[in-house]
Write a protein that binds this ligand. Structure first.
Ligand SMILES: Nc1ncnc2c1ncn2[C@@H]1O[C@H](COP(=O)(O)OP(=O)(O)O)[C@@H](O)[C@H]1O
Ligand SMILES: [Mg+2]
Length: 265
């Protein structure tokens, strides 16, 4: 099962990606969590301590690796040849960092241009990597994306079973979600699943339901606003470790179960 998580900045993509990764790992799946957001804070939501996460070199900044695999130095002038199909199958194992419950984290780093793909060696390596993350039975890949679908070109998106689009009860987040839905369809991801986060009351829930239903869309699952999550963030502790039975964490667990049922059941 390979899922990407998208949505407007701040809606809760990282919280959901990291917490899902932990739950899946606990239920026995081999989990690869991919941080494809330039903000690079998935490590915290997984519960990887700062001392370890601060040492991670993102793939897009690993000049030695990029040169080794693509045959060109990052930032080298146009016209220099580099491989568009670098060998990547060992990278997740070699460069992934192991977190709690055995979740493996791979940090991509900042990739500059759009889905059509900027021609630079770093992008070439990262897209090949996302494209070729292969799955064995019992593997789950969760990719925390930046707001848009910047690095999901058509080829890169192939192989994703679903795009989880997170919304909060605000008009801008709904607008972004619709844009993401359109982009996902353009690159052939047919299954876009909507999740409402930071829900404080029925009114907010209804707002999201009604806003999306105008586009013929429905919401798979809601996650409540949860002070424990906010507090965990201030303390830099993964919410699943700080408050394993708080309402938002439990709701994400339920979301994870629904996804498995939908996509694998
Ligand atoms: N259900 C929730 N309840 C309370 N705070 C939340 C909830 N979901 C996310 N947050 C907080 O909102 C902020 C943004 O969440 P984050 O997961 O980093 O969003 P994104 O990755 O989409 O930018 C964080 O400070 C996080 O702690
Ligand atoms: Mg994030």
């Amino acid at each position: 099962m390979k899922i990407a998580v998208a949505g407007k900045g701040g809606v809760g993509k990282t919280l959901i990606s990291g917490t899902l990764a932990r739950f899946y790992a606990r239920s026995g799946y081999r989990v690869l969590a991919v941080d494809a957001d330039p903000a690079m804070n998935l490590a915290y939501a997984i519960g990887i301590p700062f001392e370890a996460s601060s040492k991670i070199i993102p793939i897009a900044e690993n000049t030695a690796l990029i040169e080794e695999r693509t045959g060109a130095k990052p930032g080298s002038a146009f016209g220099i040849f580099f491989s568009l199909t670098p060998t990547v199958d060992d990278i997740a194992d070699k460069y992934g960092v192991i977190g709690p419950d055995g979740v493996r984290l791979l940090v991509m780093g900042t990739i500059r241009s759009g889905g059509s793909g900027c021609s630079c060696p770093a992008n070439s390596l990262v897209s090949a990597l996302i494209r070729h993350i292969t799955l064995r039975k019992g593997d789950i890949v969760v990719m925390d994306m930046e707001a848009g679908l910047e690095h999901l070109g058509r080829a890169t998106a192939r192989g994703f079973d679903a795009l989880l689009c997170v919304v909060e009860p605000s008009a801008p987040s709904i607008e972004t979600a619709i844009r993401i839905r359109d982009l996902a369809y353009d690159i052939n991801i047919r299954r876009v699943i909507f999740v409402g986060n930071k829900i404080s009351d029925q009114e907010e829930k209804k707002y999201i339901e009604e806003s999306l239903s105008r586009f013929g869309l429905s919401v798979l699952h809601f996650i409540p606003f949860d002070q424990c999550v906010a507090r965990a963030g201030r303390l830099r502790v993964a919410p699943i470790d700080y408050s394993p039975s708080s309402p938002a964490v439990l709701a994400i667990k339920e979301l994870g179960e629904k996804l498995v049922e939908m996509l694998l059941g």
